[in-house]
Design a protein around this ligand. Structure first.
Ligand SMILES: [Ca+2]
Length: 440
């Protein structure tokens, strides 16, 4: 799925020409989304779903694949087993997250695959994992030297499996993606099942400062006619107003890990205290539980196509250090929503901005699935931490067990005084009004 560098350049050139052509036909929204695909080449790694048959065919029940290269596309070591849906272990039916097959890692077993990437870029790996036994199971995912072990003990939903995402920065053009079961269970056939391994190159969205974002929009809307049309759209006016001083990077969470279009479970983001290589550029997952990255195809999302659902009370925290000017007043605003996933109310978040903390309950107007909340604070330093966690420990009403919680999206932090003077204040509203009157 990852192109070689020459092929990738030709592909990029082709896609750019295609995007230019498409933008002339489709208009700005579509051309922006096509332009995004120019830089994001993403999807399953080679045989990432384990559905490619081995040369001898898929093993029958109980068969164990030993030795290297028995699973197409992967190197294996230790007890690595291709499992089939419906396969039993004792009285238990093994979980195959999607399709007909997945792989199970026994004690100390591992699978690995070499990937061609772009040195210096940040990638996110999405994979599905399930545990097989009642004991504590974990899975180590590494792209040496980066390595992270995720705990599979917590079941986040009743399906018994979840998609997860982890990020790494490519230190070379060729890297090795390794999944290891670090466990030493008494029963050697216990061990995590993994499936659907995909990768996506991440880009870090620019902090949307006024002139930069305007310039970017001019670039994207180089055709004069399209630009006039674009000026008329509400999104542009909102963008012009709100983004002129927003200090939050990726505050709308639109950039994040690969999601399979037909998987309805979102993607869990385990703890990662390294800001540079987060699967959600700009954001850090703190504390010891995951948060869920959700999409608008399966959940209610306040803005755009992606948002964050907070889980596990104060055990799941998402935060960002934003640039601020000391001793200046700021406002943080964000959308607080319900994912429409049968999550039992009440929902509430604890929102932090600098030294301010506020408990905000989800009480939207009727018909809406979200509300906008504000928090005023005075910056104490050149970097200010903003953070969110769920006040309650919520579960779904239908199974009383799947973890869920409040949705956070569209986080903005801006210099409050900017609205009272200059272009960012009254002048901007006059400008917007004139635009609407003249062009509308
Ligand atoms: Ca969003």
């Amino acid at each position: 799925m990852i192109q070689s560098s020459t092929r990738s350049k030709w592909f990029t050139l082709f896609m750019l020409l295609f995007a230019l052509f498409a933008s002339a036909i489709l208009g700005e929204d579509e051309s922006i989304s096509i332009l995004k695909y120019v830089v994001i080449i993403a999807g399953l790694v080679s045989n990432g779903d384990f559905e490619t048959p081995p040369t001898n065919g898929f093993p029958k029940d109980e068969a164990i694949v030993d030795g290297p290269s028995e699973i197409p596309g992967w190197k294996t070591s230790g007890t690595v087993e291709l499992v089939s849906s419906g396969q039993k272990q004792g009285a238990m039916i093994l979980i195959v997250p999607r399709g007909r097959h997945a792989v199970r890692l026994g004690n100390d077993a591992e699978i690995s695959q070499e990937l061609t990437v772009e040195k210096g870029s940040v990638y996110s790996v999405t994979f599905s994992a399930a545990r097989t036994c009642a004991q504590l199971e974990s899975l180590n995912v590494s792209v040496p030297p980066a390595s992270q072990t995720i705990d599979l003990q917590t079941l986040y939903n009743v399906q018994g499996w979840d998609p997860y995402a982890l990020a790494f920065e490519a230190e070379e053009d060729k890297v090795s993606l390794v999944f290891t079961n670090p466990g030493m269970e008494e029963d050697p056939t216990c061990g995590p099942i993994i499936d659907d391994i995909a990768i996506k190159k991440l880009f870090t969205p620019e902090r949307p400062k006024g002139t930069n974002s305007l310039f970017a929009f001019f670039l994207l809307n180089f055709s004069a006619n399209l630009f006039i049309n674009f000026l008329l759209t509400r999104s542009f006016l909102l963008h012009l107003f709100f983004s002129s001083e927003n200090a939050v990077i990726n505050g709308d969470y639109e950039e994040g890990p690969w999601m399979f279009p037909n998987v309805s479970l979102g993607v869990l983001l385990p703890t990662k205290l390294d800001e540079e290589t987060s699967s959600i550029p700009g954001w850090i997952i703190e504390s010891n539980r995951a948060v869920r990255y959700i999409d608008s195809y399966h959940y209610s999302v306040p803005q755009g196509k992606r948002a964050i659902e907070l889980l596990s009370g104060k055990e799941g925290i998402i935060s960002q250090m934003v640039e601020t000017t000391p001793n200046k007043p700021y406002t943080m605003s964000f959308a607080l929503g319900h994912a429409r996933d049968k999550c039992k109310q009440p929902l509430a978040v604890m929102a932090f901005a600098g030294d301010q903390a506020q408990n905000i309950h989800y009480t939207p107007d009727s018909n809406s699935t979200f509300q906008i909340a504000n928090l005023n604070f005075t910056a104490k330093a050149e970097r200010t931490r903003v953070a969110f966690y769920s006040v309650y420990y919520n579960t779904r009403t239908d199974d009383m067990s799947s973890l869920c919680g409040p949705v956070v999206d569209d986080v903005r932090v801006w210099f409050s005084e900017a609205r009272r003077n200059g272009f960012g204040g009254l002048g901007l509203w006059v400008f917007v009004l004139v635009l609407v009157l003249v062009l509308g």
